[in-house]
Design a protein around this ligand. Sequence first.
Ligand SMILES: Cc1ncc(C[n+]2csc(CCOP(=O)(O)OP(=O)(O)O)c2C)c(N)n1
Ligand SMILES: [Mg+2]
Length: 320
Amino acid sequence: MTANPHAHEHVLLQMLRIREFENRVQSLFSDGLVKGSTHLANGQEAVAVGMAFALHPGDPVLCTYRGHHHTIARGLPLESAFAEILGRATGCCGGKGGSMHLTDKSLALMGSYAIIGSHIPIAVGAAWASTLTHDGAVTCCIFGDGTTTIGSFHEALNLAAVWRLPIVFICENNLYSEYTAIGDVVPIEHPAADRAGAYGLDRIVIDGNDVEAVKEAVSLARERASAGRGPSLIEALTYRHGGHSRADPGDYRPREEVELWLSRDPISKYADRHEVSTQRLEQLGAEARDEVDRALRKALAAPAPAAEALLSNVWSEESS
Ligand SMILES: Cc1ncc(C[n+]2csc(CCOP(=O)(O)OP(=O)(O)O)c2C)c(N)n1
Ligand SMILES: [Mg+2]
């Protein structure tokens, strides 16, 4: 992605770290160590990593319950993410948020949201704030294909467009909304891009399993936003390798479809393009596994939140 000869490995390592992290979360869930639900992003790593390489430090990012990959790609330490998911005091939300609420203001990770579409108006608010404070930040808001049927998606998009706010919307179209194929509930092929014109925006559809395509599209959108030319809506085509959440085996998906998308795995696709040997890819995978193991050991050793933590973060403590 850059002139640095090791840059390819860096990109691969980022995707491998996320993949290993997600695999470990699945095992932790199966072992009964995760309270609540988990929504993994195996197969969708390129969207997160491409986005993270295109954004600048301080750009606010808002994502969903399927947000481990976005937050890790934006710099959330693996240990902090594990600890949060395990409900430990050292997690990014002190163990009180869990898998669906990875948030870290110091990294401008302004929340993962479990209510579909709820974060899109909040992201528009963050972008509006940047026009008032002139902080030069561009907000990035990520959501799924199913979210495009929610009213707040349309309301927020309209406002962002008419006020030309500095925001990049990314729709991760993984073809399913929980257990429902998007084609069964939306009468257009591209649920986000085919509606962009209604808000005066370009129709942008990209291969979300191609990390370089994602980086390029988000960089262009970021430039446009910084130049005061308003938002962009990017539809990134991708696929989750597993089910919607927890123990969902995803059996409602045709086998050929799953196989087709497994053959488009973003990690092997990138490794093939840059001629990374199988042996080197395995070494990088082992490196990622070691790092994930170390982080998990530390998170597992961390204490549960103290009882008093129940009463903190209920009201904003910053204003007092
Ligand atoms: C307002 C609201 N309605 C329904 C749900 C239940 N729900 C959780 S995930 C989901 C599917 C969302 O699909 P999509 O936007 O494509 O995201 P993906 O899970 O594929 O990343 C639904 C309907 C919810 N969380 N919030
Ligand atoms: Mg979806």
